[in-house]
Design a protein around this ligand. Structure first.
Ligand SMILES: C[S@@+](CC[C@H](N)C(=O)[O-])C[C@H]1O[C@@H](n2cnc3c(N)ncnc32)[C@H](O)[C@@H]1O
Length: 193
């Protein structure tokens, strides 16, 4: 199985990813990943949206699995198979805000990991790292902001929405007046940058 990073938005497919997509015969992915890859898939490719993530390890050997952004950033790269890297939301956010990746710690607050995500964010900020936080739409940003305010650190916060899409929106504020996401697809950059 090939696990292909399709980038976190349009226009971010690598040459390697394009070559693999062109040869695909059975392709699986989220609706968003399929949307990004569809124009490059051959007409005879069977395309299926993932209905159950537990079934993924049993996909056929010749299947192609699409992963938004980069498969190794909270993506499908944990599955067996060759991973073709993609351009991640982390990379796009760092580029837009001119922050070297070496200053960034990645925190994932997805699914059941919300509390852990809050704790990890605070720990990394105390270490003077800049946090890139991947959050799902159910993550309580108000609760996070409340906890960050209690740290009394001079923090900047960037809400990075729909990165690489035409509707991309990046708003930078501080902890006294933190920006709020308006889209379900967002990540946060928090720290001194
Ligand atoms: C399951 S993770 C997958 C991340 C993906 N593998 C990547 O490399 O960007 C999904 C989370 O990544 C962030 N994300 C992915 N694409 C994004 C985009 N285009 N703009 C902003 N955040 C994005 C959001 O926090 C989203 O909830």
């Amino acid at each position: 199985m090939k696990i292909i990073g399709v980038g976190c938005g349009p226009g971010l497919l690598t040459e390697q990813a394009l070559q693999a997509l062109k040869k695909a015969r059975f392709c699986y992915g989220s609706e968003r990943a399929i949307g990004l890859a569809r124009p490059f898939l051959p007409k005879n490719c069977t395309v299926r949206s993932i209905d159950d993530f537990k079934k993924l390890p049993a996909l056929p050997e010749d299947a192609v699995l699409l992963s938004t952004g980069d498969p190794m950033l909270a993506g499908l790269g944990y599955l067996r198979g060759e991973v073709i890297p993609g351009i991640s939301s982390l990379q796009i956010a760092a580029a837009r805000l001119h922050i070297p990746l070496s200053r960034i710690a990645v925190v994932v607050a997805h699914g059941r990991g919300h509390e852990q995500g809050m704790q990890d964010t605070i720990d990394e900020l105390k270490r003077e790292k800049i946090v890139f936080l991947l959050a799902d739409p159910k993550f309580s940003i108000d609760e996070l902001y409340g906890r960050l305010a209690a740290l009394a650190l001079p923090l900047q916060i960037a809400v990075c929405e729909d990165l690489a899409y035409p509707e991309e929106r990046i708003v930078v504020g501080d902890i006294a007046s933190p920006p709020k996401p308006e889209s379900a697809l967002y990540s946060l950059v928090i720290g001194r940058f």
